[in-house]
Design a protein around this ligand. Sequence first.
Ligand SMILES: C[S@@+](CC[C@H](N)C(=O)[O-])C[C@H]1O[C@@H](n2cnc3c(N)ncnc32)[C@H](O)[C@@H]1O
Length: 224
Amino acid sequence: MQIPEFKPTEFFGVYTDDKNYYTQSLTKRGSVYGEKTYRLPGGIMYRQWDPYRSKLGASLHNGIKYWPFSKDTKVLYLGAASGTTTSHISDICKEGYIFAIEISPRPFVELLRLSSKRPNIFPILADARKITEYLHIVPQVDVVYQDIAQRDQAEIFHKNVNVFLKKGGYGIIMVKARSIDVVKDPEDIFDEVEDYLRDQGYKILQRLKLEPYEKDHAAIIIQK
Ligand SMILES: C[S@@+](CC[C@H](N)C(=O)[O-])C[C@H]1O[C@@H](n2cnc3c(N)ncnc32)[C@H](O)[C@@H]1O
């Protein structure tokens, strides 16, 4: 098997071979969600970041300008599912923490399994609308990341950013227009979400469409 030449990128903890993006695996075990892996002589393993499976991966391909992740970043992740994107953030923020909230027990079982091999992931089975369920566990964080396809996703995001995000910290919300309104033009919905977040006092830093990886989705990046 030909091993690509992995070069660091401007995004901390992310590598490229000029075609795909990769993270250096925190653990010696192989693939998390079926992604390609490459083990170098010496033991370092690179995991390919699939933009069709991870919206943060898609954001790398589509020109994200703000990358709030570093070695020891504390992240609150809302809607972690089985941990596809969480696993890459866990590779990047090796000495940080990811508090991973998921409401559905089925993917949560997989998330638990993942966290048993990755000490920087704290899985929490909870509804991200009910922050009192994890208020006693989650500290002030550097980043709030949300990928929840719900009609009230902007309100859920605000609720969490308001309580858990440090002043000056960054928030990334993956907006699924069709979950908010199936008939409205997605651009109008992205405008409405931005207006709502601006009204809460956050600075809108970037809006990034996720096509062709995700239809009618945008990543909106804010600063508190
Ligand atoms: C699109 S999937 C997330 C995929 C994941 N972020 C990734 O990239 O690996 C959305 C997840 O949000 C979860 N979810 C929906 N409503 C939620 C809520 N109120 N609180 C917490 N999780 C929720 C769903 O159960 C689902 O697993």
